[in-house]
Design a protein around this ligand. Structure first.
Ligand SMILES: *Cc1c(COP(=O)(O)O)cnc(C)c1O
Length: 231
C-alpha cells in the first residue's frame, strides 16, 4: 500500500478510537482530506484508498485539481477564505464551502450557483476563540447570519466550521471545541436544521470528536508535511 493509503488507514483507526472513547458511532464523523499544496497524483492515491471528500484552501488551486480529476466522483470542499471576486469559482466548482462569514459572500454564492447543480452546501466559519486568525463571524453574531443564510435559495446551510488557534493541551483544545458545540446546539434549538460541525485537524481531532465534531479536516496526517504554506 502507498504511504498515503497507510496514513489513511491509521487515521481511520484514530478516528474510530476517538469515537469509541467518546461513546459515538464511528460513522458519525466524516473525514475531509485536506489536499492543499499537494498535486492531483496525491489526491488520486487517497481516492484509490477509498477517500472521497477533499478540502482545498486556495480556490484556483482547487479548481485546477477538480478539473484534472473531473469525473472521478470527488466531493470538493472549499475551506479557505472566499473573497468577493472569487465567489463564482466556489459556486461553480465546489460542493461545499465551509468558510462563509458574511452575508454578502453568501448572497453572491447563492446568486452564482449554477441552476444545473444542487444547492451549494455551506457552513458558517465562526471565530470561536477570538484568536489571531480573525476570519469568522463572532459567536454573538452567528445566529443572525445563520438565519439569513438559511433563507437563501441556492444554498443549503449545513453547520459551523472553526479553526481555533493551535494549542497543545488537550483540555484547552476541548474547552474551545465545546464552545463551538454549544453554539451549534443553540442554533439547532432555534430550528435551524444543522447537521455539520466542522472542527478538528491533525493535531486536535480527538478533542474535537469528544466535543461533538461531525467532520474533521485532516491534511498533514494523510499527505505529510507541506513543503510550502498554503496561500
Ligand atoms: C490546512 C488546514 C487543515 C488541515 O490541517 P492539518 O494540520 O494539516 O491537518 C484543516 N482546516 C483548514 C481550514 C486548513 O487550512
Amino acid at each position: 500500500m502507498t504511504t498515503i493509503g497507510n496514513n489513511l488507514e491509521r487515521l481511520r483507526a484514530r478516528i474510530a478510537a476517538a469515537c469509541a472513547a467518546a461513546g459515538r458511532a464511528p460513522q458519525s464523523v466524516r473525514l475531509l482530506a485536506v489536499s492543499k499544496t499537494f498535486g492531483p497524483e496525491a489526491v488520486r492515491e487517497a481516492l484509490a484508498a477509498g477517500q472521497r471528500a477533499f478540502g482545498e484552501n486556495y480556490l484556483q488551486e482547487g479548481v485546477a485539481k477538480a478539473q484534472a480529476l473531473a469525473g472521478a466522483g470527488i466531493e470538493w470542499h472549499c475551506i479557505g477564505p472566499v473573497q468577493s471576486n472569487k465567489t463564482r469559482l466556489a459556486a461553480e466548482h465546489f460542493d461545499w464551502v465551509h468558510s462563509v462569514d458574511r452575508l454578502k459572500t453568501a448572497e453572491r454564492l447563492s446568486a452564482q450557483r449554477p441552476a444545473g447543480l444542487t444547492p451549494l452546501n455551506v457552513c458558517l466559519q465562526v471565530d470561536i476563540d477570538g484568536g489571531a486568525n480573525k476570519s469568522g463571524v463572532p459567536p454573538a453574531e452567528a445566529a443572525a447570519l445563520a438565519h439569513a443564510v438559511a433563507a437563501l435559495p441556492r444554498l443549503r446551510l449545513r453547520g459551523l466550521m472553526t479553526i481555533p488557534e493551535p494549542v497543545q493541551d488537550p483540555a484547552a483544545q476541548r474547552a474551545v471545541h465545546r464552545r463551538a458545540r454549544a453554539l451549534f446546539d443553540a442554533l439547532r434549538a432555534q430550528g435551524l436544521p444543522l447537521d455539520t460541525l466542522s472542527m478538528g485537524m491533525s493535531a486536535d481531532l480527538e478533542a474535537a470528536i469528544e466535543a461533538g465534531s461531525t467532520l474533521v479536516r485532516v491534511g498533514t496526517a494523510i499527505f505529510g508535511g507541506r513543503a510550502r504554506p498554503a496561500p
